[in-house]
Design a binder for this molecule. Structure first.
Ligand SMILES: [Zn+2]
Length: 124
C-alpha cells in the first residue's frame, strides 16, 4: 500500500498479524468479554477490512494518547482512521513516513495510518 507522500510499509498487514480472527461479531464479543473480565482491560471488537474477520483490540481511546503529544516544530501531520473509518490527526512527525507516530498507529488495534501530510504555511 502506498500512502500518499509516505514510504511503502505494510501498515495493513500489521493490523492482522498475531491476532485471533473471528468469523462473527458475537464470537469475538464473547471472547472479548471473557478477557475483559480477567484483565479489566477495555477491549473493542472491530471488523477488519483486510482479512474480513473480526478482531479484538484495545479500546480506541488509546487514540487520545496520540493527541496529547503535539509538537509544533514537527513538519508532518500524521493521520489515521479508527475502526469506524473516521480519520483524525493523531500526531506530528519530522519523518515523511510518520516516524514514531506511525509506529504507534500500527501497534494500536483498530487504527490504520491513512496519510502523512506536510504542514505548510502557504498563504494560498
Ligand atoms: Zn485482519
Amino acid at each position: 500500500m502506498n500512502v500518499r507522500g509516505a514510504t511503502t510499509r505494510t501498515w495493513r498487514l500489521a493490523s492482522c498479524e498475531g491476532k485471533s480472527a473471528f468469523r462473527s461479531h458475537a464470537a469475538a464479543a464473547a471472547d472479548a468479554k471473557r478477557i475483559a473480565q480477567r484483565s479489566e482491560k477495555r477491549l473493542q471488537v472491530y471488523h477488519c477490512r483486510h482479512c474480513h474477520h473480526f478482531h479484538i483490540g484495545n479500546s480506541i481511546e488509546r487514540g487520545a494518547e496520540f493527541r496529547r503529544m503535539p509538537d509544533k516544530r514537527k513538519r508532518f501531520g500524521v493521520f489515521a482512521r479508527n475502526a469506524h473509518g473516521v480519520e483524525s490527526l493523531v500526531g506530528w512527525s519530522d519523518d515523511a513516513d510518520g516516524g514514531k507516530v506511525a509506529e504507534m498507529i500500527s501497534e494500536a488495534e483498530g487504527w490504520t495510518l491513512s496519510r502523512v501530510s506536510a504542514r505548510r504555511k502557504k498563504a494560498a
